[in-house]
Ligand binder design. Structure first.
Ligand SMILES: C[S@@+](CC[C@H](N)C(=O)[O-])C[C@H]1O[C@@H](n2cnc3c(N)ncnc32)[C@H](O)[C@@H]1O
Length: 247
């Protein structure tokens, strides 16, 4: 599958970031060649203008709800899921459905980001920390909790997948890391998250926890300033998990 052509917006940034980090591949599963492409982009942002991409002739888009029964006419060689944290009610069923809809020997790959975290306490007491707590608590109230992505593997194994592989990555909140590659990722990640931070907090904060829009706006503005503060050593945990359905 060719790389998408350059275009604007967070979706493309979200595509660029993994590509920059994952050794120039947008997916890691070992076969890297799919006889039948997944014809379904289950979670393509609904507002994305498909006309901004050139679409390969063997790709077809269908819009579905991943939490409904999967009723595809034939199984797939490869199923790829990305950035669905906070959208899924029942992850165990999600993994089981992916397994059921693969050909024997087929692969399922799940690339997920967890909520921003920090190992050295430099985020403590900040508006950013409050905002993240809102997203965490609010997503639970709404029934689609942000799961801890470095603890997902068991769903893949319980569904029956073999040859399971798991890779953890850190996407820094800005350019605070010393490592050149991590710094570069921090630039991309910062740009991507800056565009969405107020929206993430607004949606769950007002709908689930009774915050007023004006309060969220103030919190988000302070959080954005902190997102650029290199003394705050925050990062988004990323997990790239793949497994194979036995032959
Ligand atoms: C963070 S975006 C990720 C988009 C894309 N997968 C990517 O990695 O660039 C999450 C997407 O999940 C979609 N989504 C949320 N719940 C869904 C559901 N139950 N079924 C299908 N898509 C869903 C949203 O519309 C949104 O486009």
């Amino acid at each position: 599958m060719p790389e998408p052509e350059p275009a604007s917006g967070p979706l493309i940034l979200a595509t660029t970031i993994p590509t920059a980090r994952l050794s120039e591949w947008t997916f890691l599963q070992p076969s890297r060649a799919c006889r039948s492409l997944v014809p379904v982009c289950l979670a393509l942002t609904r507002t994305t203008k498909l006309t901004t991409f050139s679409i390969p002739p063997n790709v077809e888009f269908q819009v579905d709800d991943v939490e409904d029964e999967w009723t595809y006419s034939k199984p797939f060689d490869y199923i790829h899921s990305r950035a669905m944290n906070g959208a899924v009610i029942d992850w165990a069923t999600f993994f089981k459905r992916a397994y059921a809809n693969l050909t024997p020997g087929g692969w399922f790959e799940s690339q997920e980001f967890g909520l921003m975290t920090c190992d050295d306490g430099t985020i403590d007491g900040t508006s950013l920390a409050t905002g993240l707590e809102i997203i965490d608590k609010g997503s639970k109230v709404l029934g689609r909790p942000f799961i801890k992505v470095w603890e997902m593997r068991h769903w893949m194994e319980e569904a029956g997948f073999v040859n399971v592989s798991e890779s953890h990555y850190h996407w820094a909140s800005n350019t605070w890391p010393r490592d050149k590659k991590l710094k570069e990722l921090g630039i991309w990640n910062n740009m991507n998250i800056s565009q969405g931070l107020e929206g993430f907090m607004m949606g769950v904060g007002t709908r689930a926890l009774g915050w007023q829009p004006e309060e969220i706006k103030v919190l988000a503005a302070k959080s954005l300033t902190e997102l650029n503060d290199r003394r705050i050593h925050a990062y988004w945990p990323i997990n790239v998990l793949y497994g194979q359905k036995p032959e």
